[in-house]
Design a protein. Structure first.
Length: 292
């Protein structure tokens, strides 16, 4: 389909003029992007309402949602389907709306292809399944950091620590100083902080609380690292043959993995299986929690 003629009354340099000058296929893609941006604005409106009373807002820059927004921006540039300003403004609006309700602190891992995290001193294969994504993640994080730097926001980054490690450390320091804080992140490693009274806010507007943890994991927040230490996740390998259902049963009877591995031999095959993998399970739990 050819390009429709531009109405001479409309400024060809305006957004409407741009929309009229491109093909219908590109217009549909841009409209979808704008609708998605509207959804983002609504979601972040709910976040800002919940952050209104917070003194310090900590944004996990490795948060999946912000990375996905930036990926959409890069894709729109490659396909020439959307003016760069639209995607750039989406990122800026998200961070600005959040940081308007408290002192903004951006926690980011200083990604490098050969970066060695503190967890690798305990488990050499930590995040081994995600190694192929490191380069792409580095480009995304550096791109968002460039935007954040132009906004003049405070950035805390380190090459040996993940962004949720630093977010947790900052939040606990705020608590010790008597300041209220909230972390905007969807990292499961931060869930135990709920036990310490730290506010955790998901990027999609849901607040992570003790009742949220019960609903999603049927466990107390402090038990979530024990669950993943047994079952494994994208960062660590779990115990072969034990899934979430069996792990739940074990943690419902015994509170944590330390109790399980310290038990004497018994007739429970699941307990004996975990005891045989005690080193893996215990080190899994260590690396799956921020070292605050």
């Amino acid at each position: 389909m050819g390009k429709p003629p531009i109405n001479p009354v409309i400024n060809p340099n305006s957004f409407v003029g741009y929309m009229l000058s491109i093909s219908e296929k590109k217009r549909i893609r841009i409209l979808c992007f704008v609708i998605r941006g509207l959804f983002v604005s609504i979601a972040y409106f709910h976040i800002c309402v919940s952050l209104f009373s917070m003194q310090v807002i900590i944004i996990d820059l490795s948060c999946f949602f912000l990375m996905r927004i930036y990926k959409a921006w890069l894709k729109s540039q490659e396909e020439d389907t959307c003016p760069n300003e639209i995607a750039a403004m989406s990122i800026i609006r998200i961070i600005t709306n959040i940081s308007a309700h408290g002192t903004p602190i951006i926690a980011a891992q200083d990604w490098s292809p050969n970066a060695k995290l503190w967890q690798h001193n305990i488990q050499s294969n930590y995040r081994s399944r995600a190694n192929s994504l490191k380069q792409g993640a580095a480009e995304i994080i550096h791109g968002i950091l460039a935007i954040v730097k132009d906004m003049g926001l405070t950035v805390v980054k380190n090459i040996e620590y993940e962004s949720d490690d630093m977010a947790a450390t900052i939040a606990m320091s705020c608590k010790d100083s008597g300041l209220s804080s909230c972390i905007v992140s969807n990292s499961p490693r931060l869930i135990p902080l709920i036990e310490h009274g730290i506010h955790i806010q998901e990027p999609f507007g849901r607040k992570r609380t003790r009742s949220w943890c019960k609903q999603n994991y049927n466990l107390e927040p402090k038990q979530v690292p024990d669950l993943f230490a047994i079952t494994g996740n994208s960062r660590v390998d779990g115990v072969v043959g034990i899934g979430r259902k069996r792990a739940h049963a074990l943690l419902s009877t015994w509170e944590n993995v330390e109790t399980i591995v310290s038990m004497p031999e018994c007739n429970d095959s699941l307990v004996n299986t975990i005891k045989s993998e005690s080193y893996k399970v215990l080190t899994n739990k260590v690396v799956l929690q921020p070292p605050f």
